[in-house]
Design a binder for this molecule. Structure first.
Ligand code: ARG
Length: 687
């Protein structure tokens, strides 16, 4: 059924006529301005968007993908949680007020939800239904999205007086109620009751053109996350120990999630919860002192010293006693011990910083030691309020559904990893004002975080699980990095692989590859190095980010540096190709250099590319909603493949459609570059 922009009679079920212009769930107020886009389509007025002040707050379920970003400005967030008192309930949600001054272009899916929401309301005014709109991935259906409300709706109304006789009839009633719009060209009922939605070419053309409007850019395509301030706890290596590949995964995935959250309007505090406290420091300091080792030793030496001190600690009871006294001195604030501890931390920090600098990752160090002053008071409060109780001399928080309690003070009076995490959680809620806290570690720590989160719920700091309320806490657990033998990645001698070696090898392999391809940058060593570094680091990052985070993955230089397939190298080459086409267009004098023309779809490959471009905001939304960078990688790979098809089929420079196609290349480049940025990869204009 074609919808030609005519006003259709809205056939409300049970004969009720309803206002087809009503905005459904997820509505975003449109403020149409007369910025004309494609002149060919007189009906196509480019709307500017404001997401401010339209409706009452809803409590969208943040745990679901659609719920997370539902209704842009309508999402819940905490007003004023100050978890100062243990046991104080963390309730009180209010509507997020998005910055009204910033122009935003809503995602296509969001717009379709609004449209289908109106249709649902018109067709079934008694049934409050959230529109279910999903992207169609199967090209067989020749549509862009699907609305899947008919089946569940039929199940609800079945048997009622005058209800449609099957889901297809429900779907047809919905289709008949779609208001006149400039978005959907065709809505067709398929199968048992799916509604296939095909977008108008003019809509895609107009949407892509917004990228070139002076006051809009790809930034205005950013989705709005339903929270203001997030803490992302990632990387978090341990002092005096080498940073290993597990920390690398945490660093890479964490950085991308931060970038996506930041792009989605969230104020993100990136925290490095470094393991810089605990009994091992007493042991290490004592050993170093007895061995006469300088306290500004290099981190490799510290690791060896650490291992040696551990052997002595386990085997020599007298050393153990001396080490324990050293811990007491350190924890008691003894100045000399503090200074030595500080030097050990400095050595590790220097090493960590090198890795962060190489990878372009910004992070603020706030190690376990930071929370020490909070521990005693916290445990006291937990006991006083009855959240914790004494059991075998230890202070424990028992939580329903968890076999073991969370021990917040050991029977020897010491505090452990869990106490620190509980104190950190509270500090982040109350002092940092976080409404979302995300932790990244390997999945081996899932149980630990379950315990900490359950204790926080028992304290009333965070709402019950599954309510979708804020503040929200998430542990993103990821799988192991395996060697090509399928076992945990190790060096040949069985040691932990050093990250600096890993990064170094990626770069030297890239260099060799470039030279092999006859690409030695005219002997310019520096240029070769720079390019090899960019390709090498992006290859390592992308190989990690594209994985489903839960699964273990096999680390293979050969695979990640492959020019074909879903690799950063393929993406980098494609990016450089877009740049070179644009340079050629510019040199040819017509179009290029930001001077493309009006976008016009003339063939399938162009349309597919434009549709992919317009789906960019949804990819970021998915990535944030699922805390899964692989969603963004899949998107970028898809976009790049569409570009490769387009380039294969359509002549750009010298063709009749040059101006429009140059614009398409420019739009591709803009979106690609943003994806590269979000994935922490530096794009290369020329390889
Ligand atoms: N240092 C820990 C480790 O290497 C990771 C810390 C993660 N963050 C946290 N808040 N517990 O395993």
């Amino acid at each position: 059924m074609a919808l030609n922009g005519r006003t259709r009679p809205s056939l409300g079920w049970k004969g009720l006529l309803s206002s087809s212009g009503t905005m459904g769930f997820g509505a975003v107020r449109r403020i149409a301005t007369t910025t004309a886009c494609a002149k060919r389509h007189t009906s196509c007025l480019l709307p500017r968007w404001s997401s401010s002040g339209n409706a009452a707050p809803t409590t969208a379920s943040a745990s679901t993908l659609t719920g997370l970003f539902a209704a842009l400005s309508l999402a819940p967030r905490p007003c004023s949680l100050r978890a100062s008192a243990v046991g104080a309930p963390a309730r009180g949600l209010c509507a997020q007020s998005a910055d009204p001054s910033s122009l935003r272009v809503p995602g296509v899916k969001r717009e379709l939800e609004t449209l289908m929401g109106s249709a649902l309301e018109a067709a079934f005014p008694d049934q409050r239904q959230e529109p279910i709109v999903v992207q169609t991935t199967n090209p067989k259906f020749d549509c862009d999205y699907q609305c899947n409300n008919a089946m569940p709706l039929f199940a609800r109304v079945k048997g009622e007086d005058g209800a449609p006789s099957n889901p297809r009839a429900v779907a047809e009633a919905i289709v008949a109620s779609i208001p006149a719009n400039d978005l959907v060209e065709e809505a067709a009922v398929a199968g048992p009751g799916f509604i296939n939605l095909r977008l108008r070419d003019s809509f895609l053309e107009g949407r892509a053109a917004t990228l070139f409007q002076p006051d809009l850019s790809v930034e205005s395509w950013a989705p709005q996350a339903p929270c203001r301030r997030a803490v992302v706890d990632f990387s978090s290596p341990n002092v005096a120990k080498e940073m290993h590949v597990g920390h690398l995964r945490s660093t890479i995935i964490g950085d991308t999630l931060c970038r996506c959250l930041e792009f989605s309007g969230v104020d993100v505090k990136r925290l490095n919860h470094v393991g810089d406290w605990g009994t091992q420091f007493g042991m290490l300091i004592q050993h170093m002192e007895e061995e006469g080792v300088a306290f500004d030793a290099a981190v490799e030496d510290l690791q060896v010293l650490y291992k040696a001190s551990k052997v002595r600690f386990d085997e020599d009871p007298e050393f153990k006693q001396r080490a324990q006294r050293a811990v007491v001195r350190l924890q008691g604030g003894d100045e000399e011990s503090r200074e030595r501890w500080g030097k050990i931390c400095d050595a590790s920090r220097r090493e960590f910083t090198k890795i962060y600098d190489a990878l372009g990752v910004t992070i603020e160090e706030r190690g376990e030691s930071f929370y020490q002053p909070y521990l005693e008071g916290l445990v006291g409060e937990l006991l006083e309020s009855g959240v914790a109780e004494m059991s075998d001399g230890a202070a424990c928080v028992f939580v329903e559904g968890q076999d073991a309690p969370l021990i917040v003070r050991k029977s020897d009076g010491g505090y452990g990893y869990a106490t620190t995490d509980l104190a950190a959680l509270r500090q982040r809620l109350s002092e940092e004002g976080a409404d979302w806290i995300v932790y990244l570690t390997d999945s081996g720590q899932a149980q630990h975080f379950r315990g900490v989160f359950a204790a926080a719920r028992k304290c009333g700091w965070v709402p019950e699980e599954g309510t979708g309320g804020y503040p929200r806490v998430d542990h993103v657990g990821f799988g192991l990095v395996l060697g090509e033998d399928g076992k945990r990645l190790r060096t040949r001698s069985g040691d932990v692989v050093r990250l600096s070696d890993l990064l170094g090898e990626a770069v030297s392999r890239c260099k060799a590859q470039l030279v092999e391809r006859g690409n030695d940058f005219g002997g310019d060593e520096e240029a070769l190095d720079r390019v090899a570094r960019k390709i090498g680091y992006s290859a390592i990052k992308y190989a990690d980010l594209k994985q489903n985070k839960q699964s273990n993955y096999e680390f293979s230089f050969d695979r990640m540096l492959d020019l074909k397939g879903n690799t950063a190298v393929y993406l980098q080459y494609a990016h450089a190709r877009v740049c070179s086409i644009l340079a050629k267009a510019e040199a040819s004098g017509a179009g290029g250099g930001g001077e493309g023309g009006e976008i016009r779809v003339t063939c399938g490959a162009e349309r597919a590319l434009l549709a992919a471009i317009c789906q960019f905001p949804e990819a970021v939304e998915d990535c944030v909603a699922d805390l899964a960078p692989n969603r963004l990688c899949e998107y970028l790979y898809g976009l790049t493949s569409k570009f490769t098809d387009f380039y294969g089929e359509c002549q750009v420079v010298g063709s009749e459609e040059q101006a429009s196609r140059v614009r398409m290349c420019e739009a591709t480049l803009e979106v690609m570059r943003k994806c590269f940025f979000l994935l922490g990869m530096e794009p290369l204009d020329r390889i």
